[in-house]
Design a protein around this ligand. Structure first.
Ligand SMILES: Cc1cc2nc3c(=O)[nH]c(=O)nc-3n(C[C@H](O)[C@H](O)[C@H](O)COP(=O)(O)O)c2cc1C
Length: 349
């Protein structure tokens, strides 16, 4: 089983939690010849199973499911209490209170059982690498395993654990950094050096992700040795995307002009459009995922209901200005055409 058996074109729609990736989006991408992804993150195992069933009604092509590996972060209650106190400022304005900080494993065991039960062809993991027993069990059940990595060290660990392929996430990427550890110890690699350095040490198919918005960039990364390309932000504005309307609008709103990697919303580093919330809380947010995610949840929900983009998590990659309001199938065919032209018309040195 090779990665190429799952698509006609090496274009993967990134798993995007929080409602963005859904059966409509992933089926549209898979039907267009790419590989669509569903997400397990923040859902129950049964909600995830329901989405798998819905997607199967919309496409007979393969699609993947992405899982968050549970975190073992611990945090002193006093630090969380201090952050809750600061959040009161925004919470009061939106007439809510910060949520209760807690850890959970995102229904991990039950989700693995659903993945086994439903014989999911492609399974990707983020925020870590499950141990070899888990990967062996899934592989024996017929799944192809992708581990998301952000450094050459993580790539070597994932290869040793038995991954079939790696998704390399550059610092340009929108959404959460998929570092195995939630700390500031590791270097933030841009996609091209990451691809080159990992290729030196690991002989697995490599998927490139982060800031890719155009077929010429796909051609460049294929030339540089990527087997496939994963794009998230490029699909955010599609009509099939379940991103909130305000999130879609923010991507083209001139009041915003940059993205920032921040722990402010969830306690884990993630790239989003720089808004007031990030400016106000980015420096003081504790390293505590998913504790902080649960603390800010009522604030983010109230902000969305009030039409307040300044207190929402507007996840987006560095290329977000280039996102287009086009059906997912058109995005895929545009990318394919651009990449094919670029590969044919390669400049000579
Ligand atoms: C809104 C949003 C949600 C995301 N959620 C997930 C997720 O649930 N799981 C995951 O592995 N990656 C997630 N990512 C990261 C993507 O897998 C990918 O690394 C990223 O989108 C690539 O960068 P780009 O957005 O610039 O294309 C998310 C990205 C965005 C923009």
């Amino acid at each position: 089983m090779t990665l190429a058996t799952f698509y006609t074109y090496p274009i993967i729609q990134a798993p995007m939690a929080g409602g963005t990736a859904n059966p409509k989006l992933s089926a549209a991408v898979s039907n267009a010849g790419g590989l669509g992804f569903l997400v397990a993150g923040y859902k129950t195992a049964e909600e995830m199973r329901e989405e798998i069933k819905q997607t199967r009604k919309l496409t007979s092509s393969p699609f993947g499911v992405n899982l968050f590996v549970p975190s073992d972060d611990t945090i002193e209650p006093a630090i969380l209490g201090d952050y809750a106190g600061r959040l009161e400022n925004t919470a009061k304005r939106l007439a809510v209170s910060p949520g209760e900080a807690r850890n959970d494993d995102d229904d991990w065991d039950n989700k693995l059982e659903v993945i086994i039960d439903e014989h999911i062809p492609v399974v990707s993991f983020t925020f870590g690498c499950p141990d070899s027993n888990v990967l062996d069990r899934l592989k024996k059940n017929g799944s192809y395993i992708i581990i998301t990595v952000t450094s050459p060290q993580e790539a070597v660990k994932a290869a040793q654990a038995g991954a079939n392929a790696l998704c390399l996430q550059g610092i340009e990427a929108g959404g959460h950094r998929s570092t195995f550890q939630n700390n500031d110890d590791a270097e933030d690699f841009s996609l091209l050096p990451l691809l080159r350095l990992v290729r030196q040490q690991v002989n697995l198919p490599l998927i490139a992700a982060g800031g890719i918005m155009h077929g010429q960039d796909i051609a460049a990364l294929l030339t540089a040795g990527a087997e496939a390309i994963q794009l998230g932000t490029a699909f955010l504005r599609c009509p099939e995307s379940g991103a909130k309307q305000l999130h879609k609008q923010a991507l083209k709103d001139n009041r915003f002009s940059s993205t920032t990697v921040t722990r402010a919303f969830t306690g884990r580093r993630a790239r989003g459009i720089t808004n007031d919330f990030i400016l106000q809380y980015g420096d003081s947010a504790p390293t505590a995922y998913p504790f902080v995610h649960y603390m800010t949840k009522p604030i983010r929900k109230a902000a969305a209901e009030a039409g307040d983009m300044e207190a929402m998590a507007l996840w987006a990659g560095q290329g977000y200005r280039l996102a287009q309001d086009l059906p997912a199938a058109e995005i895929v065919s545009q990318l394919v055409e651009q990449a094919q032209q670029a590969l044919q018309g390669r400049k000579r040195l």
